[in-house]
Design a protein around this ligand. Structure first.
Ligand code: FES
Length: 285
């Protein structure tokens, strides 16, 4: 179920049956080097948590689950709070673009957060993280999982809806554009250009958000995933370079995912603390 490449690498290293150069006859019955299908991917069909792994495989899903809970809880509170999301030209990224129709009685964030939330929630990386942390499915490579025999993975409802991710990118990019417009407003003080700590906090947050968005697997696919031969295409050279850049961004997608989540929550918190009067926004220019 985990779509991440890391899991695949981990599985290969644990199951490379030809590592010793031996034949199937000389392979051990269990553990590293065991024949495929005999002991490969140990964990499949085993009881929950049963594994031959001796490393701390449970640390990563535990930490990631905790971080997702903390930041998810903060983001939910911030989105529903509906106040203190502005300070001068600063606007919390959870509320951008700011829409305040008179007929809407709830927090303005609830009008705009659907697309970014859907985009992040269906992200290939986050799927891996929360499947492991919250569903233990699988909890880690080569570790027994608690699922029953009727499991259909992402081929049936509701998880088949995860495939909407490739379309949600078309909503995430326009939202990113509006976010940048609001970032520019954060550099304007009394009608003139200026820089405050808040300007830089919001700039950092949106830069990381941009890296996260453009490192998406769907973007990489759009840029080059459907082409087998760049030199056969019109403008193949530039397209190849763009695809290479996208591939580099994509190889760090996990890092962009965490840093951008942390940065967006921090930016929202900074604006709130200024708005509440808890801290003073320092003007650098
Ligand atoms: Fe993570 Fe698309 S795969 S944002």
């Amino acid at each position: 179920m985990s779509p991440g490449g890391e899991g695949a690498r981990e599985t290969r290293s644990l199951s490379s049956g030809t590592a010793g150069g031996g034949t199937a006859m000389s392979r051990p019955a269990r553990g590293l080097g065991a024949a495929p299908g005999q002991d490969r991917g140990r964990g499949l069909g085993e009881g929950f948590g049963v594994t031959e792994r001796t490393d701390g495989w449970w640390v990563e899903p535990l930490l990631q689950g905790l971080m997702l809970l903390v930041m998810g809880a903060y983001a939910t509170w911030a989105a529903f709070q509906g106040n203190h999301y502005e300070f001068g030209g600063y606007l919390s990224p959870f509320y951008s673009p700011l829409l305040k129709p008179s007929w809407w009685p709830f927090s303005p964030a609830l009008l705009v957060l659907g697309a970014p939330l859907g985009f992040r929630g269906t992200c290939y990386y986050y799927r891996k993280a929360y499947y492991r942390a919250f569903f233990a499915d699988p909890v880690a490579c080569a570790v027994g999982e608690p699922r029953g025999s009727g499991y259909q993975g992402e081929s049936s409802f509701p998880f088949v809806l995860q495939n909407l991710h490739r379309y949600l990118i078309y909503l995430a990019i326009p939202i990113l554009f509006f976010l940048w417009v609001d970032i520019v407003k954060g550099f304007i003080f009394d009608g003139r250009f200026g820089i405050g700590i808040g300007s830089l906090v919001l700039l950092a947050s949106n830069s990381l958000l941009t890296m996260y968005t453009f490192s998406c697997h769907s973007i990489r696919h759009l840029l080059g995933g459907r082409s087998d031969c760049f030199s056969c295409l019109a403008a193949g050279g530039p397209r190849f370079k763009v695809w290479q850049t996208s591939s580099w961004l994509n190889s760090h997608h996990m890092a962009w995912a965490w840093w951008s989540l942390f940065a967006v929550c921090s930016a929202d918190l900074y604006v709130r603390l200024c708005s509440w009067g808890v801290i003073q926004d320092l003007r650098l220019m």
